[in-house]
Each structure stands twice: as structure tokens, then as C-alpha cells.
Design a binder for this molecule. Structure first.
Ligand SMILES: Nc1ncnc2c1ncn2[C@@H]1O[C@H](COP(=O)(O)OP(=O)(O)OP(=O)(O)O)[C@@H](O)[C@H]1O
Length: 308
């Protein structure tokens, strides 16, 4: 059986006396975009730096396609590219000079470098700026150069630490689209503290809070993490809220304006059945009824509490 792309086993890290991450375990078996989500200071950069071999963990092991990064870090690093939170750019080089330099650092054979630079420039949409000094590029284009250096050696795994941090809304969209393109034939892990970012581009969510892994699963599983307890209902001939509260299972009624209501319930499916029946019997003319999902912010807050 093929080895998982990433396997993290009991990884902990301590800076002097304080533990930044504790006993992290997860596995990335298949391709996709994995979002490492967490508040500021949760431990995302520490975990990414360890994964990419920039920092040596205090405890635990990391395997990249079965290669233990502690035992054979050079072989493991060949399989991955990394864009740290502060891109390691040389401002006084042109984009092309910089990418040649990065390919050299990656110990690529000389004969393969021109083709690799050409591919990275094309894939990241910076071919036309190849002779421009990096210092003269906008933030979004500097980030593209950072992404180009991360894929120069055609790694199977690419890790981005907060790749859209500090960019304006248009640049954020461009970089997200580029990351989606990069992930078409690679595995991508990206860290972010923005829920909207994982929703926009990730298939899987790994969430860390206060150094602990508090969630690992699909975006759908994340959305359904808190059992919904509210039902939205729109009735064309609505009764007074005091009548609605009499429907079995409804514990509270919130008026949403006009003939729309939010019903708080202990069992939403049961309340939907009852509402359909009551509406029919009393001619309330049911127009719309649906379970309301928990807001992402509520899920985030709930999972953050779990780490305490
Ligand atoms: N070099 C360091 N020395 C001491 N403590 C550190 C160091 N780097 C990080 N920490 C601490 O480790 C914890 C995790 O930090 P880390 O930077 O990994 O979090 P993060 O989730 O990436 O946060 P952010 O989104 O703000 O970058 C924090 O409490 C931080 O203060």
C-alpha cells in the first residue's frame, strides 16, 4: 500500500520552558488542500516549521511518504516545498535570478534548472515579469514569487504558512486561485486563522488551539460539528408567536420580521414534522422550512473551548 504523504506522530515542541504544541497526531493519506486552522499563537507556524524541517521538534516523529524527517531530512525535503510566513525573497534579484538561485539551493541538476524555472514562472503567472527586480513588485506578485520558489523542484507536497496574510482583497482572490491550481496535481497544506479561507479553498480542516489538535475532518464535518438546534420557518398566514410556542418540541420563538420565525428546538427533525402538520391543520400556509446550520464562528468558538 502506498505510504501516506504526511504522517505526524506524537509531535510536541517546547521553546525554552513553554510548550507551543503538544502531542499532535494526524495523517494525510490523499491529495487535496488541507487547511491548518487556528487563532493567533495557536501553534500553526511551529507545526509548519517542524513539518518542513526548519525547526527540530522536541518530541515525536514526522514521516513524508514514509521517510522520517529526523533520520533523512534531505530526502524528505526533496518531496516538499515551503512558503514561510515571511517569504524568503532576495529583493535585489530579478524574479528569474532568484528562481535560479532557489533551484541551486534545492540541488537540482544544472540541466534541469532552465526548464524548471520556465515552468514555475508560467504556473505562477509571472513569466512577463521575469526580468523585474523583486523589490519593484506588488505584495501579490511577491507572494507569487514565493509560491514559485516553493514549487521549483516539483515537490509532491507544498506547505504555505498564512499565504494571503497582508494582501488586499483582490490579491487574496488571485493567490487563492493560484493555490487551487497548484493543488490540482500536488498535496497542499496551508495555515490560516481565517475560517472563510478554509471554506473557500480547502477540502479538509485540521484545527489547532493552544497547541492541541482539536479537530480533523472534512469541511462538511466541520460545518456539522455542532448539532443544529434552530429551524427557520416562513408562514404566509402566520399565527402569533404565543401560538407557535405551543407546537410540541418548540422551546423558544424568535421573530425575524414579517411572517418569518426562528424556532429553537431540542430535536429539529421532530419540530419540522410537527410544524408541517400544524400548518396544514391550521391553514398557516407554510412557505419555507429548514434547519439552520450553526455559524462557522460558533463552531470555531466551541472548538477553541475544547482546548482549555
Ligand atoms: N521562537 C519562539 N520562542 C519562544 N516562544 C515562541 C517562539 N515562536 C513561537 N512561540 C510561542 O509558541 C506559541 C505558538 O506560536 P506559533 O507562532 O506557532 O503560533 P501561530 O498559530 O503560528 O500564530 P500566528 O498566527 O500569530 O503566527 C505562541 O505562544 C508563541 O508565543
Amino acid at each position: 500500500m502506498e505510504k501516506p504523504i504526511v504522517k505526524i506522530e506524537n509531535v510536541s515542541h517546547r521553546y525554552s520552558v513553554q510548550w507551543a504544541i503538544r502531542d499532535i497526531n494526524f495523517e494525510i493519506p490523499t491529495r487535496g488542500i488541507y487547511g491548518l486552522l487556528g487563532s493567533n499563537g495557536a501553534g500553526k507556524s511551529t507545526l509548519m516549521n517542524i513539518l518542513c524541517g526548519v525547526l527540530r521538534q522536541t518530541e515525536g516523529d514526522i514521516f513524508i511518504k514514509g521517510i522520517n524527517t529526523k533520520e533523512n531530512s534531505v530526502a524528505a525535503k526533496r518531496l516538499m516545498g515551503f512558503l514561510p510566513q515571511k517569504p524568503p525573497l532576495h529583493m535585489d534579484l530579478t524574479i528569474e535570478e532568484f528562481l535560479y538561485h532557489c533551484a541551486g539551493i534545492r540541488l537540482m541538476p544544472d540541466s534541469e534548472i532552465p526548464g524548471a524555472v520556465e515552468n514555475a514562472l508560467t504556473e505562477c503567472g509571472i513569466l512577463h515579469f521575469r526580468n523585474r527586480l523583486i523589490r519593484n513588485l506588488s505584495g501579490g506578485y511577491q507572494q507569487r514569487v514565493g509560491i514559485a520558489q516553493a514549487i521549483i523542484h516539483s515537490p509532491e507536497l507544498v506547505v504555505f504558512d498564512e499565504p494571503t496574510n497582508g494582501l488586499d482583497p483582490n490579491q487574496i482572490l488571485e493567490i487563492r486561485n493560484l493555490i487551487k491550481k497548484i493543488a490540482e496535481n500536488r498535496t497542499v497544506i496551508l495555515s490560516t486563522h481565517m475560517l472563510t479561507e478554509v471554506q473557500a479553498i480547502c477540502n479538509h480542516i485540521l484545527m489547532v488551539e493552544e497547541g492541541h489538535m482539536v479537530f480533523s475532518g472534512s469541511v462538511d464535518e466541520f460545518d456539522n460539528y455542532i448539532t443544529p438546534n434552530t429551524v427557520f420557518v416562513s408562514l404566509l398566514d402566520a399565527p402569533a408567536p404565543e401560538v407557535l410556542i405551543e407546537v410540541p418540541g418548540v422551546t423558544r420563538v424568535e421573530e425575524l420580521g414579517g411572517t418569518k420565525f426562528r424556532l429553537i428546538a431540542s430535536d429539529v427533525n421532530d419540530v419540522i414534522e410537527q410544524m408541517v402538520e400544524y400548518s396544514y391543520k391550521n391553514a398557516w400556509r407554510l412557505n419555507e422550512i429548514r434547519v439552520e446550520k450553526s455559524s462557522l464562528n460558533a463552531i470555531f468558538a466551541e472548538l477553541s473551548k475544547k482546548s482549555k
